[in-house]
Ligand binder design. Sequence first.
Ligand code: SF4
Length: 436
Amino acid sequence: EAILLDGCSAPASAASAEVSARDARPVLRERGQREVFCGLTGIIWLHRKMQDAFFLVVGSRTCAHLLQSAAGVMIFAEPRFATAIMEERDLAGMVDAQDELDRVVNRLLERRPDIKTLFLVGSCPSEVIKLDLAKAAQRLGAVHMPRVRILNYSGSGIETTFTQGEDACLAALVPVMPALPAGAPKELLIVGSLPDIVEDQFLRLFAQMGIDKVGCLPARNARDLPAVGPNTRYLLAQPFLGETAMALEGRGAQRLDALFPFGAEGTTSWLRAAASEFGVDDALFESVIGPGRERARLALAKLRTQLEGKRISFLPDSQLEIPLARFLQDELGMEMVEIGTPYLHRAHLARELERFGPQVRLSEGQHVERQLDRVREDRPDITVCGLGLANPLEMEGLTTKWAIELVFSPIHGFEQAADLAELFARPLRRRDMLEV
Ligand code: SF4
């Protein structure tokens, strides 16, 4: 098979194809024009999760428009995010942007005593003029601590795709997590922002297994950060948290290797990794998770008839692509054509990757034109892609699913497994009805 690598037109050679130790398949590397939201988008779900945090984007009017239109109906009287708009004077270096920022932050914190953690979020414009937000966070933190903790991270589209905004934000929290003393009993940490309802389901299951020391990153109140140390064992709830994982490991925490908690099998593997680590016996584990797993299996069986044998392609977007593809293939019988992902974290995804046969095409990175050409040639039954690509593909008679919906919907765990499958079944049903 001729595989184009890194924008060159030569067929892949064994030497140029990237090969993993556990999975020797070649991965198509794409580097070209990208069509994804930037890391600022993560603020939309993070501000709802961390209820005492405020996100101040230091950016342009474009950044403000992105946030406002992405947040849409979610704007309310006292929002927990805003944009400090950089004007031409700032960009031209005619004023001291640091002074301006101090003024904006001081005014904001005076007016909003409910803010306990303030994130200064970098954007493309702030990075282009090299505005040092780490320095600003330090300077302002010295003034406003202990009432307000001030942190910074980058959501710039130059550096991040949209889920990496969450990764950068959580990584910024890791250094300020309290230390778990070396002799303390082992604690479990769930890493990744989950809707509260889903997080509560997982916490209940762990409590029933007798694992009651469980922290969550992010915590619902950013000031109540869980402790971390060499006795922390963490489970990634999201596959896009490479930087956060590295920061946690820097503080001694150890990752529990598992499938990601999508579908009955993924959720079982994820829960089992913690159960094994914390010495939960098999009978107790089965009695705790059995009913939920059974409900998920039954609900999925009904949707399997609609999805089995259907061909699907993922364009690179959310970094959820690989675990979702595994779920759709293994539990619903869908056929993978291409699974594209912006970044492939081989260690975190090793177990997921083992599930795919050699016929499944894997790609990493984006070259939007070439990827669209392949979709047109493959004509899958359904293509998962960004908002901007969905309409043109629909116009060409291809059925699509918006990748961003998968990030905004509760899709983890047993109780949400059927809802997750339904997100893929619905566009196919709509297509069938339109054809009739
Ligand atoms: Fe656009 Fe960059 Fe602002 Fe994102 S951070 S909205 S990509 S200018």
